[in-house]
Design a protein around this ligand. Structure first.
Ligand SMILES: [Ca+2]
Ligand SMILES: [Ca+2]
Ligand SMILES: [Ca+2]
Length: 572
């Protein structure tokens, strides 16, 4: 040992001791180099597959309840009127259930995902809504004639809707089954509202009502316009605010402690049955103070619980507020980046440079952008309007850039691309399409990049250092040196229709690089540029499995780490 040590040339010895002094014993008053990681959040390891359960797979026709609500307010099927020839969309149930989801857990896992987000599971009205504006082809957010197939119209936050479970497969068994197949469960919950609660020609059973765990009625809107509610004198109105909020949905009053108890108790119940994380609906319709209370109470029993909210806005400042610790430290769906991805990967084909501002790598309103949920479409907006190459390129970016990817069911084959709600966005995906999906080119490319992310900590948690975002080319590093892991990924993306050359010189790192999806290796010598050719609509990821030594790259990574060091959650 000693002989070996002495055999090292003096210059190298000096270099080693200098580096050691910098990393372990900073001069008094100087701040130590920051850990090189974007986020320590454990959920960042798991890309999320988003399932709208009723529209995924009908694994058990015996829970379809096809006669429910008949003759006048049936909940099954329900074609949206006005569809052009050959097109369809439905406002009623189509039969998807826990069995259909669990039957396909292996498919989701095999695609490279580590978690499933499923739409709310709680009891919905047993008939279609007879008030509101009738749903019509191409018109979003109209609820007339619609049923609660989507799960966002709770009447009992403590009970599972009858369309979802099967014999031997309740929610607890579902989460256990998903876990056994390598998938975490992200449960969608609503705190802002219950069901549509006024404008029906006559009051209908369940609409506007809320029941507790014992099945007792605790609130009733009585089909009254919000301003006619009398919460001060009528105990059944006390759960509701007297201002309308979203469409005809009841507007829960978070100022009433009984409402907060009701919501917290419900979330705790489902967490107790194996939900690993929560997705929070419509969070900007409730005050930040509510979310702080809610998060504190859940985390008192489930320390470190990961939650992400949906605030449908492209204003990063509004979104960022939810992520601050003083407001509950809740991650959010990254709508501004979603909007930019639509520009870049959709039919407009904007250059990669359009993505850079939304990444907020150099600062911004988020406590930490590395733990945001990134996506390019969902059930509440038109699906990504892109050709196969556009989807492939979108997934290449989504699974290599900062954030936790979320993919909406069907996107792996470009299903119903470009369509909005009431124009096909939520059409039934089904077992036949799933069985055929592996032969689709989008699916093949997604599986490749998602599997790489699942196996590559730097792509999950590493700092992002951009090198080039221009036209059809993007080049960036993801750097992770934390918790015993030292790994840097160099990501090269080409969304053009011809092969593209890359040359990284100023930020090159000498040493051994392995091409993660191609298998080749190269050893870069000091001063040599990293050069590569990436095929049309292609992605290359090269991995360096040691601490960085190139001063320019190391200092760029340290600068990136400092941007969010104060706001990042504590290291494990
Ligand atoms: Ca079913
Ligand atoms: Ca029901
Ligand atoms: Ca509200």
């Amino acid at each position: 040992m000693r002989l070996c040590f002495l055999a090292v040339p003096l210059a190298a010895l000096l270099a080693v001791s200098t580096a050691a002094a910098q990393s372990t014993a900073p001069a008094s008053g100087a701040s130590p180099p920051p850990a090189l990681l974007g986020t320590p959040e454990p959920m960042a390891a798991h890309a999320v597959y988003f399932v709208m359960t009723d529209r995924f797979v009908n694994g058990d026709p015996s829970n379809d309840h096809r006669e429910q609500g008949l003759p006048d307010h049936g909940t099954w099927g329900g074609r949206v009127p006005g569809a052009p020839a050959g097109k369809e969309d439905f406002v009623g149930y189509l039969g998807g259930d826990f069995r259909g989801l669990l039957d396909n857990a292996g498919y989701i896992r095999d695609l490279g995902f580590g978690a499933v987000w499923l739409t709310p599971i709680v009891e919905q009205p047993d008939e279609a809504f007879s008030g509101g504006t009738p749903a019509a082809w191409g018109k979003m957010f109209t609820d007339g004639g619609k049923s609660g197939y989507h799960g966002y119209w709770a009447t009992n936050f403590y009970e599972i809707d009858e369309h979802l479970p099967s014999d031997g497969l309740d929610f607890r068994a579902l989460t256990a089954g998903l876990r056994a197949r390598g998938l975490k469960t992200v449960l969608d919950v609503v705190a802002n509202h219950g069901s549509p609660s006024f404008t029906a020609p006559t009051q209908r059973d369940q609409f506007g009502k809320l029941f507790n765990e014992a099945g007792e009625l605790v609130a009733d809107h009585q089909n009254l316009p919000p301003r006619r509610l009398k919460p001060a004198t009528n105990p059944l109105h006390a759960f509701y605010r007297t201002e309308p909020d979203i469409a005809e949905l009841s507007n829960l009053d978070e100022r009433n402690p009984a409402v907060v108890d009701y919501l917290v108790g419900s979330s705790l119940k489902w967490l107790g049955q194996g939900a690993d994380a929560l997705r929070l609906d419509t969070i900007k319709h409730m005050p930040l103070s509510f979310w702080k209370t809610y998060a504190d109470r859940l985390r008192a029993e489930h320390p470190g619980l990961f939650m992400f909210g949906e605030a449908f806005t492209y204003d990063a400042a509004v979104l960022g507020a939810f992520t601050r610790p003083e407001n509950g430290g809740i991650s959010v769906l990254d709508f501004p980046l979603q909007e930019a991805m639509g520009e870049v990967f959709g039919t407009r084909d904007a250059g990669f440079e359009a993505l850079v501002p939304a990444l907020h790598l150099e600062g911004g309103p988020f406590a930490n952008p590395y733990a945001l949920m990134t996506f390019y479409d969902n059930h509440d907006m038109p699906r990504l309007d892109a050709d196969d190459a556009g989807f492939i390129n979108a997934n290449h970016f989504l699974f290599t850039a900062r954030g936790i990817p979320v993919v909406y069911q069907g996107s792996e084959i470009g299903f119903m691309r470009g369509t909005a709600e009431h124009a096909g966005n939520r059409n039934y995906f089904g077992q036949a399409r799933i069985d055929a999906a592996p032969s689709n080119p989008i699916h093949a490319a997604l599986k490749r990049i998602a599997t790489l992310r699942a196996n590559t900590p730097a792509l999950q948690r590493g700092l992002q250092v951009n090198v080039l975002f221009e036209g059809d080319r993007a080049a960036f590093y993801r750097v992770l040196e934390h918790g015993g892991v030292a790994q840097t990924a160099l990501v090269l993306l080409n969304k053009g229709d011809t092969a593209a050359r890359f040359r990284i010189d100023a930020l090159a790192q000498p040493g051994r690089w392995r091409e993660a999806m191609g298998g080749g290796t190269r050893v870069l010598v000091a001063g040599e540029a990293f050069e590569a050719e990436v095929p049309a609509n292609g992605a290359q990821v090269h991995l360096f499995e040691r601490p960085l030594t190139a001063p320019a790259l190391r200092s760029a990574a340290e600068a990136a780490a400092r941007v969010y060091a104060a706001g990042a959650p504590p290291a494990p």
